[in-house]
Design a protein around this ligand. Structure first.
Ligand code: AMP
Length: 503
């Protein structure tokens, strides 16, 4: 069996109903069971009278039921919004009001979360259902309905809901079908939580070919023995993660072909892939394929990809991020200060989102039309060389920490909301180009308050407002900030003071 994203149906090709389809943190489902579970959730959505086009939050981490819930939303044309337990209530409420979501698939126990919704469905069916008004804040189209909305960090402190339609997802699925050389033996190791869109690549690849999807939760990822045992047990061959996640295993004695026989393909995205990681993987897994893929959530997972070869490593200082997706265009738009052929990466085509939900100002700023096609200004810098794109970094304050996309402005906005601080600056500490820690500097509103009491109060507030991965590693109290010539806070100087232990 496999799932066809165009007809939105399960198909019986290569009929092996007892083949494992998905392994969740709690249970595994065969393809037959996956189909039955999906049908069950479809009935729940219809019986609960969730209006067509109304978003449904899927609250959970890596439970086996998440995949059939996603498929049920997709088939019934109710966009899903993934919400992970890592998100505090305050953030979930913001997501609900930005998207007008009132229904929830509830797979992780949390009574407060449950009480926020008008309709709740758990693995046993409808828990309660009250009338839901039709979509309000969210994009709606009969012709091209939304498939999902994924919320990312926003520089003003409000999460941004990236709306992706069925056609964008189908176009991505089509690219995977035609250009990724997968077959029915594919067994994908999923690592990222569903709140990140690389998870869409993971399930699309497995479902399109009738393969298997291994979901890896946080506790398994932290325990290499359990994690590797799962890879062996389910003969997983396709690894998908940020480079940083693979990096931590490079020195593990079992991370090699001798132990993990089936593993032969690595897909990386989300942050810069360093040549040494690829070279080490080639040594540990001789003959393995390593692919660098690139794309923001706003352009349906990946917009470009390239298989890394020894020739590429020999001839380029940094690794390319790829050739554009089939049928899409990636432009480089130089600004006044640009050197050579460098400029902002702009993605054009049907993979581009229809915009952030309920955020007209930002939509005007980031999305545009180019020759009648949707286009997204990524904020990434890059250039073309021999038809391949190279990445140069960001032009704004968006960073990646352990693969998580974080707007430093989002953290600053939350720090200022405490009303305990007069000025703030949040800076990334980088080593070898990679962000290792995030540090926030604050100037107290009340100079008499003890540093310990102040940081304690601020940390409490941040924990209630931001997902755990966005909390700065350190909050340092300064009575005076250093300023540069333009009267802006001198962040370089702050970092220098920090590194010199001068704070
Ligand atoms: P996200 O929306 O979380 O997928 O993050 C998208 C951002 O991650 C992009 O705009 C880039 O800044 C960065 N990114 C994604 N893929 C790569 C890559 N292969 N190399 C370098 N940076 C990447």
């Amino acid at each position: 069996m496999k799932f066809n994203f165009f007809t939105c149906q399960f198909e019986d090709e290569n009929y092996r109903p007892d083949k494992t389809a998905v392994i969740g943190s709690d249970k595994a489902y065969t393809w037959n069971e996956l189909k039955q579970r999906t049908d069950f959730f479809i009935d729940c959505i219809l019986n609960a009278s969730i209006p067509l086009g109304s978003p449904v939050i899927i609250y959970g981490h890596k439970q086996g039921n998440i995949l059939p819930a996603i498929l049920a939303c997709f088939i019934t044309r109710r966009p899903y919004i993934p919400v992970d337990p890592v998100m505090p209530i305050n953030r979930i409420q913001k997501i609900m009001s930005a998207s007008s979501a009132q229904a929830c698939f509830y797979f992780e126990k949390n009574e407060v979360v449950k009480s926020l919704f008008k309709t709740v469905i758990d693995e046993n069916g409808i828990v309660f259902s009250n009338t839901i008004s039709a979509y309000i804040n969210i994009y709606f189209s009969e012709v091209d309905p939304l498939a999902y909305v994924i919320f990312t960090s926003g520089s003003t402190g409000e999460p941004k809901g990236v709306q992706i339609t069925h056609k964008s997802l189908q176009s991505f699925a089509d690219w995977i079908s035609k250009d990724y050389q997968f077959d029915e033996n594919i067994a994908v190791i999923n690592r990222v939580p569903f709140i990140f869109d690389v998870s869409v690549f993971d399930y699309c690849s497995a479902l399109l070919f009738g393969g298997t999807l291994l979901l890896t939760d946080n506790s398994t990822a932290a325990n290499a023995d359990v994690f590797f045992n799962n890879i062996k047990k389910y003969n997983c061959n396709t690894w998908v993660s940020t480079p940083g996640f693979a990096y931590q295993y490079l020195k593990h004695p079992d991370f090699n072909k001798n132990y993990l026989h089936s593993l032969n393909t690595f897909y990386f995205a989300g942050e810069v892939l360093m040549p040494n990681v690829v070279e080490q993987l080639w040594k540990l897994f001789p003959g393995c394929k390593v692919v660098n893929a690139y794309g923001p959530t706003e352009a349906t997972v990946y917009a470009a990809k390239i298989e890394i070869t020894p020739e590429i490593i020999a001839f380029s200082r940094s690794l390319p991020i790829g050739y554009p997706k089939l049928g899409s265009k990636i432009l480089i738009q130089p600004d006044a200060t640009a050197e050579n052929n460098e400029g902002e990466i702009v993605i054009v085509g049907d993979l581009v989102s229809v915009g952030y939900c309920n955020n007209p100002e930002l939509n005007i700023e980031k999305f545009t039309l180019i020759n009648g096609e949707r286009a997204f200004k990524t904020g990434d810098y890059g250039y073309y060389k021999n038809d391949v794109i190279y990445f140069l970094g960001r032009k704004d304050e968006q960073v990646k920490l352990h693969g998580y996309r974080i707007e430093l402005g989002d953290i600053n906005a939350q720090l200022l909301k405490t009303k305990l601080v007069a000025e703030v600056a949040t800076v990334p500490l980088r080593r070898g180009g990679e962000v290792k820690r995030i540090i926030s500097f604050v100037k107290p509103e009340n100079e008499a308050e003890s540093k310990i009491a102040l940081t304690e109060k601020i940390t409490q507030h941040l924990k209630s407002a931001l997902p755990a991965y966005m909390i700065p590693s350190e909050i340092l109290v300064l009575q005076n900030f250093p300023y540069g010539n333009s009267h802006k806070i001198d962040k370089m100087k702050l970092l220098e003071m920090y590194l010199d232990n001068n704070i």
